[in-house]
Write a protein that binds this ligand. Structure first.
Ligand SMILES: Nc1ncnc2c1ncn2[C@@H]1O[C@H](COP(=O)(O)OP(=O)(O)O)[C@@H](O)[C@H]1O
Ligand SMILES: [Mg+2]
Length: 217
């Protein structure tokens, strides 16, 4: 379960609250849609849900985020990763390795899983997103949409309890929307908690609950 206890954030004392006194609990299997105009704070909220705020982005943060009763501010970012991980709006910020396979293996390797389990997770993520043919491709040679699929595959392989998806359909061919929707639904059925910030009805209609950023201030 993830619980938000009266969380508030603004970048500076002189700028408006992005969210103020937000409290909520979400159970395993929930899909939460985050809606709002560009600049309304969707990305900022996702940063708070995985500890990037306040660990890396300073500002005025109060309240607590707990996942399975662990308070995120008591943990380091590497400790938080298996609990809550973010698919960033810009995939380039999340690609670090020469090949796609290495990229996807990184999360499970960090969990110190057995090599066979790591391989199984990589294979499964590639198959689920239909990108097996990219396995040995150099990450730098991928198109924007392919980079998005690879970063999503890396998230699936890491398999955190809470998945935070920041505009996952950005740059994706509409023909692939159902594939992504299916992957997200399957993760929820496995008991993951998934936050999706997006404008596209293709994903928002999967959500059990929706948060409208403009209503959170
Ligand atoms: N690092 C930052 N410093 C100051 N203001 C920021 C920073 N990042 C975002 N903002 C501001 O916070 C607001 C919310 O931004 P963001 O969370 O990116 O919105 P969205 O994801 O909905 O487009 C915007 O007004 C943006 O300009
Ligand atoms: Mg954003």
């Amino acid at each position: 379960m993830i619980s938000l206890h009266t969380i508030s954030f603004r970048y500076q004392p002189t700028t408006p609250w992005i969210f103020k006194d937000l409290s909520a609990n979400y159970q395993p299997g929930s899909i939460i849609g985050i809606q709002g105009a560009s600049g309304s704070g969707k990305t900022t909220l996702l940063y708070a849900l995985c500890g990037v705020i306040p660990a890396m982005i300073k500002g005025d943060f109060t309240g607590e985020v707990k996942i399975n009763n662990e308070i995120l501010t008591n943990l380091t970012l590497p400790q938080i990763a298996p609990l809550a991980s973010l698919l960033m709006q810009q995939p380039d910020y999340q690609l670090f390795f020469p090949t796609v396979e290495q990229e996807i293996a990184f999360g499970p390797e960090n969990l110190c899983l057995a090599p066979a389990e790591i391989q199984a997770r990589v294979d499964s993520a590639l198959v689920r997103l239909s990108i097996e043919e990219l396995r040995h491709t150099t990450s730098a040679h991928l198109s924007f949409g392919q980079k998005r699929l690879v970063t999503l595959a890396a998230l699936l392989a890491l398999s955190p309890q809470v998945m935070l998806l920041d505009e996952p359909l950005g740059g994706i061919h509409p023909g692939l929307y159902p594939l992504l929707a299916k992957a997200i639904t399957q993760e929820a059925q496995k008991g993951k908690i998934i936050f999706v910030a997006d404008h596209h009805p293709a994903l928002l209609e999967l959500a059990d609950v929706r948060l409208q950023m403009e209503d959170l201030r």
